[in-house]
Design a protein. Structure first.
Length: 179
């Protein structure tokens, strides 16, 4: 562990409650509903964040190739293979289109669990990284960067989707948390 990794891990860890404060109001009945002009629904958002937190954790931990995802949380099928307990990676990956089909997304409480476990894994991988690991060049899509930059990107990714959840709450008429 280095002071850089501890700072990065603490930043991600401290951002999670900012996202989590906007989860109340979502439930099994509305987790896949979308609002006009809002690109993603709540279940998709948590699964998407979980998938990329897992992938980033593997890269930061030194794996160049994707590692197996927990079969308890994910299945890789044809964008219709998810269920009440697991996300289908194809239905939540970059470029996928969220649909209001509750049967292909995990139940709300399960979505929250999967997201929390993935973020915990990311934080642990970042916290365990030494300076050489943080400086290691990695491939992330078409963007070359190092592991430290990927950790920062994951922090901003979390913030981007938190903002979308805020907009989604408003669009669905979920009462504001702050007055």
């Amino acid at each position: 562990m280095s002071s850089r990794s501890e700072t990065l891990a603490n930043a991600i860890e401290s951002a999670l409650p900012l996202l989590e404060r906007f989860l109340p109001g979502f439930d099994d009945a509305n987790r896949t509903r979308q609002a006009p002009g809002i690109p993603n629904h709540a279940a998709w958002t948590l699964g998407h964040l979980a998938l990329y937190a897992r992938r980033a954790a593997d890269l930061i931990a030194g794996h160049d190739d994707p590692q197996p995802l927990p079969e308890t949380d994910f299945v890789t099928a044809d964008a219709r293979g998810g269920d009440a307990r697991r996300y289908d990676t194809e239905s939540i990956c970059y470029g996928s289109t969220p649909t209001d089909e509750p049967a292909i997304y995990p139940a709300w409480d399960r979505s929250v669990e999967i997201h929390a476990a993935a973020q915990t894994r990311l934080i642990s991988a970042v916290r365990a990284a030494d300076d050489a690991a943080l400086d290691r060049d990695i491939a992330w899509g078409r963007t070359p960067l190092n592991a430290e930059q990927l950790a920062v990107r994951m922090l901003f990714h979390l913030g981007t989707h938190t903002g979308q959840l805020v907009d989604l709450r408003r669009g669905l008429g979920i009462p504001a948390l702050f007055s």
